[in-house]
Design a protein around this ligand. Structure first.
Ligand SMILES: [Zn+2]
Length: 89
């Protein structure tokens, strides 16, 4: 039995993928030789771009389905329908 994640939990998953991916890319750049990207750069790009796709596809208003990709931080209310995003369990 799988429970549907709340928008806050999805947002945390997105942040973890984004920051984790960025950290691996930075580490990879640090280990790279000039003109020869370290394999960690490519390893970091997967979760980094994955987080962008996840944000565009999974983080949506539970009421109207509007996506929050344009918002820097997760808002308290949906910018389209104005309803609270925090679902009650
Ligand atoms: Zn909405």
């Amino acid at each position: 039995m799988k429970k549907e994640l709340t928008i806050r939990q999805k947002s945390k998953i997105h942040s973890a993928l984004f920051l984790g991916g960025a950290a691996v890319i930075v580490l990879g750049c640090w280990l790279s030789k000039p003109l020869e990207p370290h394999f960690l750069v490519w390893m970091g790009l997967v979760p980094f771009f994955g987080s962008v796709v996840y944000r565009l596809t999974a983080i949506r208003c539970p009421h109207c389905g509007s996506n929050m990709a344009g918002c820097r931080f997760l808002p308290k209310c949906c910018p389209d329908c104005g309803k609270e995003l925090e679902e009650t369990p």
